[in-house]
Design a protein around this ligand. Sequence first.
Ligand SMILES: [Zn+2]
Length: 281
Amino acid sequence: MPELPEVEIVCRRLDSALRGDEVMSALAPGMNVMKTFDPPLETLGGRAVTGVRRIGKMPVVELGDLSLLIHLMSAGRLRLFDKHASPKDRASRVLIRLAGGRELRLREFGTRQRAWARLLPTDAVAEDEAVARLGPEAWPAPPLERFAALVDQPRHLHPLLRHQGDIAGIGRSWVDEVLWEAKLSPFKKGSELSKEEVERLHAGLAVLGRAIDHYEETIGADLPDKLPMPLQVHKREGEPCPRCGTTIEAVYFSEHQTNYCPAEQTGGRILKDRRLSRLLK
Ligand SMILES: [Zn+2]
């Protein structure tokens, strides 16, 4: 699932590739993808792309006073192609055909159709419910005082940091990296953090900026569907911790997992494997 660093680099690359390009036509082969109907998507014909930016994990394609707000969900990808999609491409959700033959394509892999887009007046994007409910951006990190207030909740850090209404941009991959960087347990509660731990967690958000820098250096104009993510601990169970050499452990949930270094994050404790409860469901 693309998270803040991945969506940021995609938007930066699309912004430089598309800015100024004229839209020939726009259509939505994904029957359920458009969550707005007025103005219709076809209205974009003849407009120029004025920018591509990111809000949380959502790309926004700006076309003058209209903007296409996109939620990729878990399997959506936004990518520029040199040619038009084949009508047989079942992954196509939104196609924006550009002068010169290129095509900006929202595709979605897998069977579930969950990615969505809304065509909104540009000055109304901030009030859209998906945007208005977001907490501050995780990168650049919010001021320490604001961050301290938002994590001061009796909830485990792993779900808390992924909750977009509290802080925007972190998902299942980067939460493990932030917590590993901060040397904090995913099951520690936000309200139980000492002042020093809050500061460490706040400093841990820097992994997001470092990931963006890494993508800037390694990703060219042609974006792959799946970026090679510079992850140190996420999904690396069984491997040595890059910092201390202890074996990375995992806790599995029904649809995701969290990885951690027991020596540095849980005081040496191996956390209970939750897979059994999944099997019993
Ligand atoms: Zn370690």
